[in-house]
Write a protein that binds this ligand. Structure first.
Ligand code: 0X9
Ligand code: ZN
Length: 475
């Protein structure tokens, strides 16, 4: 069976490479590095040309360290104009020379499971569920949620959000806690995954978190303490239409949902559609843009379903919205660089998340040294303010903090080096999952013990007014 699927995949891969060569696809990703002083000019070019921003380094202006953006160019003309506009501001190097090959290879792997035998034996040896040997479909994810609820009836219950997506899909999730009778009073931590379709590692990681909290309840004192005293609520796949679309040929890099726009293009960026400074910065009014925020706040069924659900949760204290990539822990605010009222405590909390990820990663990498040629990439996580380089409003994290009183972060998962962009190899699912699991144990415990007050933002200042004018003026 394995040999057959291996051959099938190899043949299909070969076909993919040949087809690509014939069509001479020019989709590429560049990493453009610049000094902090050039940051706003570079972002200006990205916004003016409406380039697809894949990742960014968000370092403070006074850090003295250069930053970068990873941008996708989809044809030779876009490539030329982007490189010309950026040439005096930044140094651009080719990160991925042919995106079609990367996309097709990963999609085929997800469907036929070619290189997975090795991974499966590793998971077997470590007693980890083979579900995590690969990225899974919407149906498989839902089935796994039901399986987990069945396997841990005293700890997990499944729920389905009210409503359906544009393509009639539901959004499901799990609540984890012990002593179900008293569960209503226990503080809630919420994990959201997969709001951006192409960020497959996000959904896989939230699934892994659920699995790990459950499977370690009886062996890990921290997991037990957390589920005894708190509730973990998670929706691993918040943009199922977009996600399923990225599993079809030629569409691996889709980011938005699948709304049909008035000009015939598709999609609203669900992480710009929340009712929190909606439509102010880091958005484009062009329907086909990757950062089109939608016609109005909460215009989309997905954000309506999610926001109603989160609002209905009693005693919610924290939330994480998982994205990729870049290895960043992003704190409030995402729309303004001004310090939030909770800046000091959030910065410190972010640092402890980063520290835990790094420590877990170091011990994991020591263990994996022999099995991965050249070793596993070291963790490069950074702890930064969301808006430091690229302010964007109407996002999940800021809405959770500003309107729900939750201590909320966005975590941009692996990779950091961008070699595969969003196509992080499936062999990384368990490694990323383990790093994040340990960090989320720390996050939950600290929020439970420290009772951080709801965050607040400073009054609108000239920075914001100018940003707003720039946005209005350019549309
Ligand atoms: O731009 C986004 O939505 C997130 N980055 S991604 O590359 N995954 O698309 C970052 C969101 C950070 N939070 C806010 N800006 N509020
Ligand atoms: Zn994202």
């Amino acid at each position: 069976m394995f040999k057959f699927s291996y051959c099938l995949t190899a043949a299909a891969l070969l076909l993919a490479v040949c087809t690509t060569a014939i069509e001479s696809a020019t989709e590429k990703v560049y990493r453009c590095s610049f000094d902090a002083a050039q940051a706003s000019s570079v972002i200006g070019v990205v916004e003016t040309l409406d380039l697809d921003l894949w990742s960014h380094q968000t370092l403070p202006r006074d850090s003295g360290v250069s930053s970068f953006v990873d941008v996708r160019v989809s044809n030779a003309e876009e490539e030329r104009s982007a490189l010309t506009a950026i040439q005096n501001l930044a140094k651009c190097e080719l990160l991925i020379g042919d995106l079609t090959v990367v996309a097709e290879a990963q999609q085929l792997e997800a469907i036929y499971g070619s290189v997975l035998e090795k991974q499966k034996s590793r998971l077997d040896a470590e007693g980890i569920d083979p579900f995590f040997s690969n990225y899974r479909s919407y149906d498989d994810i839902n089935e796994k949620l039901a399986d987990l609820a069945d396997s841990y009836p005293d700890l997990a219950s499944i729920f389905t959000l009210n409503g359906v997506t544009w393509e009639n899909r539901t959004i499901k999730g799990l609540v984890l806690t012990s002593n179900v009778k008293s569960y209503k009073d226990k503080p809630v931590i919420y994990f959201n995954g997969g709001i951006h379709a192409r960020e497959w590692i996000s959904s896989a990681t939230v699934m892994y978190l659920l699995y790990r909290f459950l499977s370690t309840y009886s062996s890990d004192t921290l997991s037990k303490y957390i589920l005894d005293n708190m509730q973990i609520v998670a929706t691993p796949l918040s943009n199922p239409d977009g996600y399923e679309f990225t599993r079809t040929p030629g569409n691996r890099w889709w980011r938005k949902n699948r709304r049909l726009n008035p000009d015939g293009s598709y999609g609203v960026d669900l992480n710009r559609n929340w009712d929190e400074h909606f439509g102010r910065v880091g958005v484009s009014r062009r329907y086909s843009s990757e950062i089109y925020p939608g016609p109005s706040a909460f215009s989309e069924p997905e954000t309506q379903m999610l926001s109603r659900f989160i609002s209905s949760l009693p005693n919610k204290i924290g939330g994480i919205d998982f994205h990729s990539y870049g290895q960043l822990v992003l704190r409030n605010w995402g729309w303004t660089v001004r310090d939030s009222q909770n800046e000091v405590v959030l910065k410190e909390l972010g640092a402890s998340i980063v520290d835990t990820i790094k420590k877990t990663s170091e011990s994991l990498n020591r263990k994996l040294k022999k099995s991965i040629a050249g070793g596993r990439q070291p963790s490069l996580y950074q702890n930064v303010k969301g808006a430091n380089l690229y302010p964007a409003s109407g996002a999940t994290d800021d809405w959770m903090s500003a309107t729900q009183g939750m201590t909320a972060f966005t975590i941009e998962l692996s990779p950091a080096d961008g070699r595969y962009g969003f196509a992080l190899p499936s062999s990384e699912i368990v490694n990323v999952g383990e790093e994040i699991f340990k960090a989320m144990q720390v996050f939950c415990l600290r929020l439970f013990k420290e009772k951080i007050p709801p965050n607040a933002y400073v009054r609108r200042g000239s920075w914001h007014r100018n940003a707003w004018r720039r946005f209005v003026g350019s549309n």
